[in-house]
Design a binder for this molecule. Structure first.
Ligand SMILES: Nc1ncnc2c1ncn2[C@@H]1O[C@H](COP(=O)(O)OP(=O)(O)OP(=O)(O)O)[C@@H](O)[C@H]1O
Ligand SMILES: [Mg+2]
Length: 231
């Protein structure tokens, strides 16, 4: 494998609920190479979203180590981590999380602001991404004026506008019908390939999971690599 972009070693994470404690992740490892795609399946509540939040540096670890391009996130300050996150990774969510008051182009442009690049370059880049996801004619539409599939296209454009090393997509097709979901997956895989962006895809869809380079099943807090390509 090429130099890993993400390395997760022996990740442990639990939560208190009332006077009980649940251990959600119990020693999860992942090495993600540049441009590589992996899928993660697992029952509801198995810890997939928790894992994604940890990879994004949004949730602290109880134990273990997480490195972005070889650099540990341990002891990092929040502000510098937020800046690095904007450069290093993009996220795609099941419920899109677009800002309702902003048009599609400005939603994409928002992600760019964190980088502090000049407005003109950013605007061009955001427009380019909107064209790439097939929404060249929808740039000034508000999210409420877009279909679910179109909203997720904006989500994909926003995630990739900074040319990140990694995309974390947590059930990106979970709120879409089958055909629309398939189109979004095609788009995500092809844009990631074009930009040499690694992809972590959380999905309940076995067909989608099969299309990534490797697949894992999160079970009892650990990854299983069941059979060929996680199936
Ligand atoms: N902040 C929190 N406080 C307490 N418990 C939490 C917290 N976040 C997650 N959990 C618990 O951790 C477990 C894993 O949740 P998580 O959202 O990671 O599951 P998931 O695999 O993404 O499920 P789904 O497929 O339904 O999205 C669940 O039992 C959940 O209730
Ligand atoms: Mg989840």
């Amino acid at each position: 494998m090429s130099e890993p972009v993400v390395e997760a070693d022996d990740l442990w994470k639990g939560f208190r609920s009332g006077d009980k404690r649940i251990e959600v992740l119990r020693g999860v490892d992942l090495r993600l190479g540049a441009g590589e795609s992996v899928s993660i399946r697992g029952e509801s509540g198995s810890g997939k979203t928790t894992f994604v939040h940890i990879l994004a540096g949004l949730e602290a670890l109880d134990r273990g180590d997480l490195r972005w391009r070889g650099e540990s996130l341990k002891g990092r300050r929040r502000a510098s981590l937020a800046r690095d996150r904007a450069r290093f990774l993009g996220m795609v969510f099941q419920s899109f999380y677009l800002i309702p008051e902003m048009n599609a182009l400005d939603n994409v442009l928002m992600a760019r602001r964190m980088l502090g690049t000049p407005d003109r370059t950013s605007r061009e880049r955001a427009r380019e991404m909107m064209e790439r996801v097939g929404l060249g004619e929808r740039m000034d539409h508000l999210p409420s004026q877009l279909s679910g599939g179109e909203k997720q296209r904006v989500g994909v454009a926003r995630a990739l506008v900074n040319e990140p090393a990694v995309i974390l997509a947590d059930e990106p097709t979970g709120n879409l019908d089958e055909l629309t979901g398939n189109a979004i997956l095609d788009l995500l895989l092809s844009v990631c390939r074009e930009q040499d962006t690694a992809l972590v895809l959380v999905t309940h869809n076995k067909e989608h999971a099969r299309r990534t380079d490797r697949g894992f099943l999160l079970k009892l807090g650990r990854f299983e690599e069941p059979g060929e390509n996680g199936q």
